[in-house]
Design a protein around this ligand. Sequence first.
Ligand code: NAP
Length: 326
Amino acid sequence: MHAITIPQPGGPEALIWAEVPDPALGEGEVLVDVVASAVNRADLLQRQGYYDPPPGASPYPGLECSGRIAAVGPGVSGWAVGDEVCALLAGGGYAEKVAVPAGQLLPVPQGMDLVTAAALPEVTATVWSNVFMIAHLRPGETLLVHGGASGIGTMAVQLAKAVGARVAVTAGGPEKLARCAELGADILIDYREQDFVAEIRKATDGAGADVILDIVGAKYLDRNVKALAVNGRLAVIGLQGGVKGELNLAALLGKRGAITATSLRGRPPGEKAAIVAAVREHVWPLIEAGRVRAVVDRTVRLREAGEGHRVLEAGVHVGKVLLVAE
Ligand SMILES: NC(=O)c1ccc[n+]([C@@H]2O[C@H](COP(=O)([O-])OP(=O)(O)OC[C@H]3O[C@@H](n4cnc5c(N)ncnc54)[C@H](OP(=O)(O)O)[C@@H]3O)[C@@H](O)[C@H]2O)c1
């Protein structure tokens, strides 16, 4: 098969389409003929040499894909050759074939085409596990989503609205905020012009956000705690603003607040399977009912994956950038 390889870490040009051995199919796995994958921020770090795949994972980038099952390994039930699926991966989505633990497969939602389905696994699993399984966002509560126009953000806004929460977003500029509003965001904060702590307080009669989904990390730690409501939960999933911050524990204690931080990629297959099962139970019906949709900015050819990386690095996209195999 062919895959995107990274012979030397570097810029987008470091991604090289090359012939490589087919993946071996293990116990409990299926082999998927990849039709599409998608670019995630983590792929940019892997390309630069800052984010090695977890032990045992494919060396090629790609945390999700859609495609057709080409072979079913020993110990797998419920899936058959030819099934159209999408999958959460620990790596290897930027390839013509990938071996996937069966617990990380999802059917293509009814009414959705196979290519678009590649936009779903990573954002649905990340948002559902953090905002709902860990932070327990409830109807009527306020969720603040940093980076509302990101792949993650566009899914977080829609899912929170679908369960009856109020949603605030930060984004850089009026155009991205307008797209967030189209997806249902109620409170729009341009982080380049406005102080999100002041804005979230103003919009909540001084109470703050019940849950914050954070992709910035250290740079926002202090202000995120300030923006939390009493009994608030801060879920850190990204570290775009650094890894080491100073935490005022008295401020957190005064709010009876909680901070969690998770990375989906490094979780063991059993935990991923539990998240994927919850996504199938709770998120798939919302997608099939047309209440939540995949937000796709554009598609580029898988063999030209560097082009997709340039788009993410430029930050001009809203939602997901898909990579389509021929
Ligand atoms: N922990 C996990 O399991 C997990 C899983 C998936 C993704 N993630 C993380 O989630 C984040 C989003 O991922 P993605 O793939 O959806 O990336 P993406 O589409 O490239 O989004 C990155 C976003 O960051 C926003 N941003 C940058 N600085 C910001 C700031 N100071 N305030 C608010 N927004 C800011 C950008 O918005 P503007 O252009 O408006 O600045 C952009 O929309 C990444 O940090 C990624 O690593 C974590």
